[in-house]
Write a protein that binds this ligand. Structure first.
Ligand code: ADP
Length: 220
């Protein structure tokens, strides 16, 4: 199977489950469950959740469709601070809800040779995950590294077991198939793909219940 067929097969598989659940819930309601107001309400709430999952999947899929993945990238010098601002503004509401403090420590003028939209996407996905997988009141930090082109995103979150680390970059992979809101298992596969296009590397250090650090190194 080529890469494109592979993506289509995986996507169909992932879309099928929430759809089957919604169908079952609606069929049950039409078959008479609607007469029991309390049960009906529960079913509608479950259907609403499944629809939310479908929405998340479709939104994320827009950035992994094969046609878009392989387009040529145009690199330019991008200020890391600007890409971080984009991620911080985009995740402000989520961080506020969870009372998570997001800080940056970036060397003056630190820049990376990258496609600006794709660099924004990488940092956004990493920061969003850091917030999502950190308990309320925790901390997230984005910092420039010592080497040119390197930076890291650190959180005080739930951490990732060593055995899971190689798997989290696979499409649709979620540790324990977690049910976190907005979790589709696509974010890190998008990150990995963009970094591959830039010949950049990503490494993860993590301790369960303490936190994780994702380090990115662009060629300088
Ligand atoms: P998503 O977050 O949409 O599920 P990702 O591909 O971004 O998908 O991440 C894959 C899985 O890796 C997540 O479901 C989660 O289990 C785990 N993960 C990612 N980032 C972190 C993090 N900062 N801390 C703990 N677990 C994480």
């Amino acid at each position: 199977m080529d890469e494109e067929q592979n993506v289509i097969a995986e996507v169909s598989h992932e879309l099928r489950l929430p759809l089957a659940n919604i169908k079952l819930l609606v069929d049950t309601l039409l078959d008479g469950a609607m007469d029991d107001a309390e049960a009906a309400n529960k079913m509608l709430l479950r259907a609403q959740k499944e629809i939310g999952r479908l929405e998340d999947l479709v939104n994320n899929l827009l950035s992994v469709t094969p046609g878009r993945q392989f387009e040529a990238i145009e690199k330019q010098s991008v200020r890391l601070a600007d890409a971080c601002d984009y991620a911080i503004v985009s995740t402000r509401e989520l961080a506020k809800q969870k009372k998570i403090t997001v800080t940056t420590n970036i060397k003056e003028g630190f820049s990376i040779q990258a496609n600006p939209d794709q660099l924004n996407q990488v940092i956004l996905n990493l920061v969003e995950n850091a917030i999502k997988y950190t308990n309320d009141g925790g901390f997230v930090k984005i910092a420039s590294g010592i080497a040119d082109g390197s930076f890291w995103v650190e959180d005080t979150g739930i951490g990732i077991a060593q055995s899971e680390i190689p798997k989290i970059f696979k499409r649709f992979y979620r540790v324990n198939r977690n049910k976190a809101k907005g979790s589709t298992g696509l974010g890190l596969s998008i990150v990995k793909h963009i970094l591959d296009l830039h010949q950049a590397k990503i490494t993860v250090k993590s301790t369960v219940q303490e936190g994780s650090t994702f380090t990115v190194e662009f060629p300088s």
